[in-house]
Design a protein around this ligand. Structure first.
Ligand SMILES: Nc1ncnc2c1ncn2[C@@H]1O[C@H](COP(=O)(O)OP(=O)(O)O)[C@@H](O)[C@H]1O
Ligand SMILES: [Mg+2]
Length: 401
């Protein structure tokens, strides 16, 4: 790994940990300042899964969101970064939020991560800032160091809403597999909006338009290729898990009009050239990878996820997320941290037990929330149990292994 070590290898501390196992990727300290409901709080845990339990509104999801923001992007709520800053009771906001963490990847070592939405210098505009071991960090480096994946109640509607949500879900999975995917997606979008502007201004031919469409075609082809690769890998993983899994087998498919999902740049460029007139009239880019949809099939029932019950849809999503975690563990040697918000209460006892077993086997720290501590009791001895009292963390002593 290319990161400077902060401290000596973690092995000694691991042996001292009174838990059944130690995760290969874990946040062992999370500090929050002016982050949503937290003024200034710190949580220290062993490198094991964490269960956050307690009544509604105490800040469980807020903490998961903070962990999700250790990786680049808008985090698990997809929130505007300014809205995350703590509001005082009078309604006015604090100046900036920060999250700091110690990330352990035993036996490689520990890293100190800091992030926040703040002005990097007096008078400068607020922006998202990353620090790694005290020095300014780069978003790509952080994405690699802290892979995270989440499932939240908001995602219950994934199969019912428009294609954009499903495309985003797929692309988030792809980002970790194909690092260039995010950059190419951003460049594709920029070229698309520049092209639309030219079309609106009446331009229908010329080198400028050709060049923008060439960029869109090349990046679009790479985007499609990466999505297809991801889907093929996930389908292979999902069908390999089928025999033993407690969760239903899913089959994924990248859907779209013929040509839109093509990994062939020349074919895409032809598509853009042919749709200039139509795009100019409608004021939007009608064809291309940005129109694709992720279709998910419940293999056992041979039915589209859209037609499945809410519970079945949730089980399918868990299935996809677990398959992705195993895939990434095989590829990168470590599974992503899983942030599972209010997932467990919706599962029957058998599936709960199966989920806990997989979390322990995946060997990266999972963060689970729920109102009922009892539901997590199979994790006694494997997980830290934490509740939140008036914005501060209380770690509960559990029967450790
Ligand atoms: N920017 C903010 N400033 C202060 N409090 C906030 C902010 N955003 C959310 N909250 C508060 O956080 C609480 C909800 O926390 P949450 O983590 O969603 O609870 P839960 O434990 O149910 O998951 C609410 O009381 C909400 O008002
Ligand atoms: Mg919540």
């Amino acid at each position: 790994m290319g990161y400077a070590l902060l401290s000596s290898p973690f092995a000694d501390a691991c042996e001292a940990a009174p838990f059944a196992g130690v995760c290969a990727l874990a946040a062992t300290r999370v500090g929050l300042k002016d982050f949503r409901s937290y003024a200034d709080s710190e949580l220290c845990v062993a490198p094991v899964p964490v269960v956050l339990y307690g009544p509604n509104g105490i800040g469980k999801t807020n903490l998961l969101e903070a962990v999700s923001l250790l990786s680049p992007g808008r985090g698990l709520r997809g929130a505007k970064l300014a809205s995350v800053t703590r509001k005082h009771s009078q309604g006015e906001s604090a100046e900036a939020w920060t999250v700091s963490a110690v990330l352990a990847r035993p036996p490689h070592g520990e890293w100190e991560i800091g992030t926040g939405y703040l002005a990097p210098a007096p008078g400068a505009n607020q922006r998202r800032v990353f620090h790694l071991n005290g020095a300014p960090g780069d978003a790509g480096e952080l994405a690699e160091l802290v892979p995270v994946l989440w499932l939240t109640p908001a995602m219950d509607r994934l199969f019912l809403e428009g294609a954009q949500l499903r495309r985003r879900f797929l692309d988030r999975l792809v980002f970790a597999l194909v690092p260039a995917h995010a950059r190419k997606s951003a460049r594709y979008e920029r070229a698309s909006s520049d092209r639309l502007r030219l079309l609106r201004e009446g331009m229908r031919r010329g080198g400028w338009l050709d060049a923008l469409e060439k960029t869109m075609a090349e990046d679009g082809a790479a985007i499609n290729a990466a999505r297809h690769e991801m889907i093929d890998c996930l389908n292979a993983e999902l069908s390999a898990r089928r025999a033993e899994g407690a969760f239903p087998c899913a089959h994924l498919h990248l859907a779209g009009e013929p040509g839109d999902t093509s990994p062939d740049a020349a074919a895409l460029q032809q598509l853009f050239v042919a749709s200039r007139e139509r795009d100019a009239e409608s004021g939007r880019t009608n064809r291309g990878p940005h129109t694709a949809d992720l279709e998910v099939m419940h293999v056992g029932k041979q039915s589209d996820a859209r037609e499945c019950s809410t519970g079945e849809q949730k089980a399918l999503l868990i299935s996809v997320v677990l398959a992705d975690a195993w895939l990434k563990r095989k590829r990168h040697g470590v599974a992503p941290m899983l942030l599972l918000d209010e997932i467990v209460a919706h599962l029957d006892e058998l599936r709960r037990a199966a989920l806990f077993e997989e979390i322990v086997a995946l060997n990266s720290q999972a963060w689970l929330t729920g109102t009922d501590r009892q539901l997590f009791s199979p994790l006694d001895g494997h997980a830290e149990f934490v509740t939140i009292e008036q914005g501060h963390f209380a770690t509960q002593d559990t029967a450790r292994a």
